[in-house]
Write a protein that binds this ligand. Structure first.
Ligand SMILES: [Fe+2]
Length: 282
């Protein structure tokens, strides 16, 4: 293997862990591929862990992370799954980030949250691969998170799989929650998604599938200026993973390596869980 692909996954609601979906099938396929290609470890940026401070980023170094509990999922779906923190690779990530000028430290207290372990369980149901989690920075600067991905891009040549887990359209304030709250039906679609959700979902797909290399970085960071961005993301946390992916998959050497939408699951009427992969095992 000379280089790994990069995934931008939309993890959706907690129920995506317990319910079958096209997205879940795709996550499993990506996990199977990673195992088949002998991936050494997983490096993830999620949406639910951020740190405070200018230029600050943290890396998971908790040797025994617990799991933050999830609602609307039977505990049998996650309680017994053993997480495998990769302390050696955490150190590698810290060194790479420090070399690129980030104020980076390990965090040995972090319990892992469903944004990361939902994806790990779905991709690798039999056994968690060695995994490192990279925090967000609470200023939610798109270019900062893109640079974090760029700093870790060399790990793609060392057999690591880089994943951003956030959301393409993810505005909890504009979801229609009643079918899930009343009937545990997260996929109910009593009305079509609203136009802002459709519009932004398309903009994300166009940006990722129509650009490569540095143009991909420009296109994805620019999405935060899209007229429907704030409708699609009331908060910025779930879109930072896309910036990380743009950094990890958008160098000059990635020119010609276009992303593709491989699966998509609408939840709660207006939340679009699009699953993208940029590049392929080569
Ligand atoms: Fe989330």
């Amino acid at each position: 293997m000379t280089i790994t692909p990069v995934h931008f996954f939309s993890h959706g609601s907690t129920m995506m862990l317990g319910e079958q979906s096209e997205s879940a099938d795709y996550w499993k396929k990506c996990g199977d591929e990673a195992i088949a290609h002998g991936v050494k470890g997983v490096i993830m940026m999620g949406a639910h862990w951020d740190c405070v401070g200018e230029n600050k980023v943290e890396v998971s170094t908790n040797p025994n992370p617990g799991k933050s509990p999830v609602a609307y999922v039977h505990p049998s779906k996650y309680l017994d799954y053993t997480l495998v923190p990769d302390l050696e690779s955490s150190k590698t990530c810290i060194d790479l980030l420090a070399k690129d000028g980030f104020d980076v430290t390990g965090n040995d207290k972090l319990d892992w949250i469903h944004d990361t372990y939902l994806i790990l369980i779905r991709m690798f149901p039999d056994k968690c691969p060695p995994t490192t989690i990279i925090s967000l920075n609470a200023r939610f600067d798109p270019h900062f998170h893109m640079r974090v991905g760029a700093a870790l891009r060399p790990l793609r040549m060392q057999g690591y799989l880089l994943i951003g887990t956030g959301g393409a359209v993810h505005n909890l304030y504009r979801n229609i929650w009643q079918p899930m709250l009343k009937y545990s039906d997260n996929f109910a679609q009593e009305t079509p998604p609203e136009d802002w959700a459709m519009e932004f979902r398309q903009a994300v797909e166009d940006a990722i599938s129509g650009n490569s290399g540095p143009e991909l970085r420009r296109a994805i960071t620019r999405l935060m200026k899209h007229p429907r961005y704030r409708d699609a993301h009331a908060t910025d946390d779930h879109f930072m993973a896309a910036m990380f992916v743009a950094g990890a998959a958008g160098s000059e050497d990635d020119n010609g390596s276009y992303g593709r939408l491989h699966a998509e699951t609408w939840e709660l009427t207006n939340m679009c869980n699009s699953q993208f992969t940029i590049g392929a095992y080569a």
